[in-house]
Design a binder for this molecule. Structure first.
Ligand code: PGA
Length: 253
């Protein structure tokens, strides 16, 4: 049985005082709840340490980076390396989010290097894949996503992959309020699991956590999470408000 996982991706949002007020509300909301899912938040890198400290009374929450450079150190202005992330005790990082792919040049080769390095360093990559509206409408979504996945996993061996988390996020559903139908999301997640099965065998495919992301909220969350191959969600907008985020955790847990 795969445990459900919900990660809130704050993207480039929140200041210190907003983080503190989120944490206060969040802790208050979950106080008497027995949540039966894993959950976490991915704040901006500048506040990773701060957010971790702010949540020090919560030993369950996962604090995840939004990206990690595959090099240990060097002349990469503006980047954060996997080793810096590891140094501050962060154990998860989103990799290959479509916004990084589209706006920061994270192509399949870069995504592969990052995924591979993180697995080697025992940081869990939350590897994002997803097609554009054009690919979906022209019937190429499955091919596009499975190819993206295959490229991200080049050179990664069976004994390294077990901790990987995959997030299927159709680009057209991100931040648009236009979510995929639960059936479309389930079909693609099943396709992804099948690809993992072809590459790494059934045992690994059955264990790997696959999230859906794209306008998930407390209203549609249960429907997605009740699908066989969807093990959780990567949530943008609906993770910014502590009360709404906890409401989502409650409906899926
Ligand atoms: P959204 O973002 O929930 O605001 O659509 C999801 C994501 O980009 O991970």
């Amino acid at each position: 049985m795969r445990k459900k996982l919900i990660i809130g991706n704050w993207k480039m949002n929140k200041t210190k005082s907003e983080i503190l007020s989120f944490v206060k509300d969040f802790q208050n909301e979950i106080k008497n709840l027995n949540l039966n899912c894993d959950y976490g938040i991915a704040p901006s890198s500048i506040y990773l340490d701060f957010t971790k400290e702010a949540f020090k009374d919560n030993n369950k929450i996962i604090i995840s980076a939004q990206d990690a450079h595959f090099e240990e150190k060097g002349a990469f202005t503006g980047s954060n390396s996997w080793s810096q992330i590891k140094d501050i005790g962060i154990k998860y990082s989103i990799i290959g989010h479509s916004e990084r792919r589209e706006m920061f040049g994270d192509n399949n080769t870069v995504v592969n290097k990052k995924t591979s390095k993180l697995l080697e360093e025992k940081i869990v990559p939350i590897l994002c894949v997803g097609e554009s509206l054009e690919d979906r409408e022209s019937g190429k979504a499955n091919d596009f996503v499975t190819k993206q996945l295959e490229m991200a996993l080049i050179g990664i061996k069976e004994n390294e992959i077990k901790d990987l988390v995959i997030a299927y996020e159709p680009i057209w559903a991100i931040g648009t309020g236009k979510s995929a139908t639960s059936q479309d999301a389930e079909d693609m997640c099943a396709e992804i699991r099948n690809k993992i099965k072809c590459l790494y065998g059934e045992e690994i495919a059955n264990k790997i956590i696959i999230l859906y992301g794209g306008s998930v909220n407390e209203k549609n969350g249960k429907e997605y999470l009740s699908q066989n191959n969807i093990d959780g969600a990567l949530v943008g907008g609906a993770s910014l408000d502590a009360k709404l985020f906890v409401r989502l955790l409650k409906v899926v847990a």
